[in-house]
Design a protein around this ligand. Structure first.
Ligand SMILES: C[S@@+](CC[C@H](N)C(=O)[O-])C[C@H]1O[C@@H](n2cnc3c(N)ncnc32)[C@H](O)[C@@H]1O
Length: 278
């Protein structure tokens, strides 16, 4: 079979298994197996593939059809222009979180800021900010040993291991000092909404997805604890779930944060909250 024929057959297979963007998935998987960039496949449509190429591809396509995330099969994900390792130890980073990081890059005025990333997962937020601000001090916290191990591997790969400290902590419990920015993309899905999630999301660790019955429990806890670890005028930046903005806006106001604002993501969902303290 040629590259083009394999792409067409794979696309049909993935479509039948209800995979979104089946052609794009097929291209990524074939490029991965051939060790090519996706775009390079277009120059090789007529190339005949050998069984040595097709064997590994079949296995990956089968797993993708069963709902395993594309990023787990590729082993990497691109985030804010950097390539991060991605596997089941932490949540697959989402495009919304890239929006949050891009916004923070434009907001951070002091290049020597002290930054705290709570619930760092694979480390994408902490490491992207550390790469952008070489003089910043960055602390990345997670409750999961697995996530911290992955984040540290990512730090090493990006030559940022000496720039970012990692700490195991339940929210701010083990954190010392004060920060100019606390950023958090904490779990925000209600345990009751488990049945609404896609097969792909169910491959993320449960500790990265679910908070409690409401969904916003951990974010509320962080809002309550935040003032003890924010410098005067420091910012809390939160990624939140659908429909949570009003209640969390009020929670910030009740705890005397100021300059509270929200921002929508590209799909129009109010996805981010920002507030300063002191
Ligand atoms: C939604 S994931 C976000 C991961 C990463 N920051 C990102 O944006 O891709 C939430 C992360 O919070 C961590 N987490 C959950 N509960 C926590 C807690 N009580 N304290 C600290 N981290 C927690 C999870 O282990 C997970 O890595």
């Amino acid at each position: 079979m040629t590259v083009l024929e394999v792409l067409q057959a794979t696309t049909t297979y993935l479509k039948r298994h209800n995979i979104e963007n089946p052609r794009l998935n097929a291209e990524h998987l074939l490029a991965h197996v051939l060790g090519r960039k996706r775009i390079e496949l277009y120059l090789e449509f007529e190339r005949e593939l050998t069984e040595a190429d097709l064997g590994p591809l079949r296995e990956l396509v089968k797993r993708r059809g069963e709902g395993e995330p594309l990023q787990h099969l590729l082993g990497t994900v691109e985030f804010c222009g950097h390539v991060f390792l991605c596997d089941k130890r932490a949540m697959v980073p989402r495009p919304e979180t890239e929006e949050l990081v891009e916004f923070l890059k434009s907001e951070i005025r002091n290049s020597k800021s002290e930054i705290l990333d709570i619930g760092t997962g694979s480390g994408v937020i902490a490491l992207s900010l550390a790469a952008k601000f070489p003089d910043a001090e960055v602390l990345a916290v997670d409750i999961s040993d697995d996530a911290l191990a992955l984040a540290q591997e990512n730090a090493a790969r990006l030559n940022l291991a000496d720039r970012v400290r990692f700490l195991k902590s339940n929210l701010l419990e083990n954190v010392e000092g004060t920060f100019d920015l606390i950023v958090a993309n904490l779990p925000y899905i209600s345990t009751q909404d488990r049945h609404t999630l896609s097969r792909e999301v169910l491959h993320d660790p449960a500790v990265a997805v679910f908070a409690g019955e409401r969904g916003d429990e951990l974010i509320r806890e962080l809002i309550a604890e935040g003032p003890s670890r924010l410098r005067r005028g420091g910012m809390l930046a939160l990624e939140i779930g659908i429909g949570q903005s009003e209640a969390l806006f009020s929670a910030l106001a009740e705890k005397n944060y100021r300059d509270i604002s929200s921002k929508t993501d590209y799909s129009g969902v109010t996805r981010f909250l920002f507030a300063r303290y002191g």
